[in-house]
Write a protein that binds this ligand. Structure first.
Ligand SMILES: Nc1nc2c(c(=O)[nH]1)N[C@@H](CN(C=O)c1ccc(C(=O)N[C@@H](CCC(=O)O)C(=O)O)cc1)CN2
Length: 285
């Protein structure tokens, strides 16, 4: 048996087609969404992700606004850039690429973003709305995972989901998203303090590996037929390695591989959020 691949690239492309239609409808109302990015420093991975975000913006008709700052940027300079984007009418939504260099306070920076322009769904107000179940932009990787499962008809209601990793961009908000009434999954959130990770993974119908630990999830840990989604990216001398060992494909029923699974969905959901915040602003005007 070999797992059905949850193809994030094909799903992303289908979502981009849907977004083109919505961007055209906004244009008829005189609004062109503009996505801003704030990138600090020269981390090659972050640079590649930001480049890719703007390439896909171009494909759907979203304008690009880039603010690339040197690694030496101070907190005050970063906050001045955030204030400028908050006030910039061409920028309908934006994000701060994470991680920031260690000397900067990411929490303070995220809090300063106008929640109505938060394309990433990572502002504390919007994360609070996620807890409350109110409408707000949702964090891109978690909502991308839910969308990928939905488009492949992998049932979530009543499913046992084990999420490995409690980071703010993926694991922690995913737990909140999956336990909403509309998803109705039962979630176990594992982390470095989990006593028996293999046992927690083995009982899951759906496993999401977002720990950033290469090859952490091995075939013997996975229930036959389970859906496994790889979110981890570790850069090694031999290239990129995910959290899921390749042998898992022989046991799992569905597999979102790295690359080509959840990553492309993260960017698709960023663009969808950007269109949605622009649509929300038009409705509110
Ligand atoms: N402000 C944010 N920062 C970060 C986020 C985020 O959602 N918002 N997530 C990650 C990085 N990220 C987007 O920013 C991202 C990661 C991976 C991919 C992707 O397509 N990956 C490829 C393969 C890996 C690679 O090429 O490096 C894939 O899975 O096919 C897209 C976006 C942390 N920071």
């Amino acid at each position: 048996m070999s797992a059905t691949i949850l193809d994030g690239k094909a799903t992303r492309d289908a979502i981009l087609d849907e977004l083109r239609v919505r961007v055209a409808a906004l244009a008829e109302q005189g609004v062109v969404p503009g996505l801003g990015t704030v990138l600090v420093g020269d981390d090659p991975g972050s640079q590649a992700y930001v480049r890719s975000k703007h390439n896909f913006c171009r494909k759907v008709g979203i304008n690009s606004i880039r603010r690339d700052l040197p690694a030496s940027t101070t907190q005050a300079e970063l906050e001045a850039t955030i204030d400028e984007l908050n006030a910039n009418p061409d920028c309908t939504g934006y994000l701060i690429q994470l991680p920031l260099p260690g000397h900067l306070d990411a929490g303070r920076a995220l809090e300063r973003v106008d929640p109505a322009k938060d394309s990433d769904g990572l502002h504390p107000t919007n994360l609070g709305k996620l807890v409350l179940g109110d409408a707000a932009p949702l964090p891109c990787t978690p909502v991308g995972i839910v969308e990928l499962l939905r488009r492949y008809d992998v049932p979530l209601a009543g499913a046992r989901v084990t999420v490995v990793g409690r980071g703010v961009t993926a694991g922690r908000p995913l737990g909140l998203l999956l336990t909403r009434r509309s998803e109705n999954a039962t979630v176990t959130l594992c982390h470095t303090g989990t006593k028996d990770l293999a046992a927690e993974v083995r009982r899951a119908d759906i496993v999401v590996a977002a720990a950033g630990s290469a090859g952490l999830i091995t075939a013997d840990m996975v229930k036959p037929g389970a859906a496994v989604l790889d979110v981890g990216v570790t850069r090694t001398e031999k290239g990129l390695v995910g959290d899921v060992h390749p042998d898992v494909a022989k046991v799992a029923g569905f597999l979102a591989p790295m690359p080509g699974g959840v990553g492309p969905m993260t960017i698709a959901m960023l663009l969808r959020n950007t269109v949605e915040v622009a649509e929300r602003a038009v409705r509110a005007s």
